[in-house]
Design a protein around this ligand. Sequence first.
Ligand SMILES: [Zn+2]
Length: 70
Amino acid sequence: MNHEECYEAVRARNSEFYGVFYTGVLTTGIFCKPSCSSRLPYSKNVRFFESIEAAKNAGLRACKRCKPEL
Ligand SMILES: [Zn+2]
């Protein structure tokens, strides 16, 4: 999936993509499940990661709201 497809899936709160990718928010330094209820930031502030490990390696920490590590 490319960036636009991921962004669209997150905007649609599509829970089918749980486990497929994680949403990293550069402005807040957290990463989320695709279906997180937090407000979606601008596309340019978002990066998508294939795994939790990849998101952590980018310096992001798990969202306390959607708990992507559980
Ligand atoms: Zn979240």
